[in-house]
Write a protein that binds this ligand. Structure first.
Ligand SMILES: C[S@@+](CC[C@H](N)C(=O)[O-])C[C@H]1O[C@@H](n2cnc3c(N)ncnc32)[C@H](O)[C@@H]1O
Length: 174
């Protein structure tokens, strides 16, 4: 009984911290849908062994799908505790080798990335563009779900499809 109570308290604490972090960062946890992930993978020309980053990786679904279908090396950053925990559980259940870090990606070096995926809000994306231009090597590709990254010029845009519910997808090359 005491263990159940302790677990419930830990869960509530993590929930409150997660809500606070999401509110503070103004980037809520909204997972990319499976069919959207499939479309992104189809459009991305991912290659085996590439370093594939998801900045704000949520429950790690994008990383794990890319790893399974294209054998990339996935690295994700997630700052909301409960969401991070769900990524670790997903990684373990799917026996993925993804590295999932409980860190603020703005404080991490992005220099090793070959491909960066993000599903963030426009204000964070504009800030991220400056970081990407400073740290990423030439040829790094960046994919953004739904929102254009102000400060980068897309090489390809897949327009929103009302029928399939695939949102606008933006592709960039540094
Ligand atoms: C809209 S969700 C997208 C989740 C995942 N990328 C997906 O597409 O399914 C954005 C995630 O980014 C996380 N996040 C926002 N800012 C972050 C930061 N600076 N460092 C790490 N994670 C961040 C949020 O906690 C949230 O889980």
């Amino acid at each position: 009984m005491e263990i159940i109570l302790a677990l419930a308290l830990i869960f509530i604490l993590l929930f409150v911290v997660t809500a606070f972090v999401s509110l503070f960062l103004k980037v809520p946890y909204v997972p990319t849908k499976k069919r959207v992930i499939q479309e992104i993978i189809k459009q991305s020309d991912l290659k085996k062994g590439q370093m594939f980053f998801d900045l704000g990786c949520g429950d790690g679904r994008m990383l794990i799908e890319a790893e399974k279908s294209k054998q990339v090396n996935p690295i994700g950053y997630e700052i909301a505790p409960l969401v991070y925990l769900s990524a670790i559980i997903r990684k373990l259940l799917s026996r993925s080798k993804a590295k999932i870090k409980f860190k603020n990606f703005f404080k991490e070096d992005l220099g090793k990335a070959d491909v960066i995926f993000c599903y963030l809000m426009p204000a964070e994306l504009a800030k991220l563009a400056k970081k990407i231009k400073k740290e990423c090597k030439k040829g790094t590709r960046v994919i953004s779900n739904t929102f254009h990254i102000q400060g980068l010029k897309p090489i390809k845009t897949i327009p929103k499809n009302e029928k399939t519910k695939i949102p606008t997808l933006y592709f960039y090359k540094i």
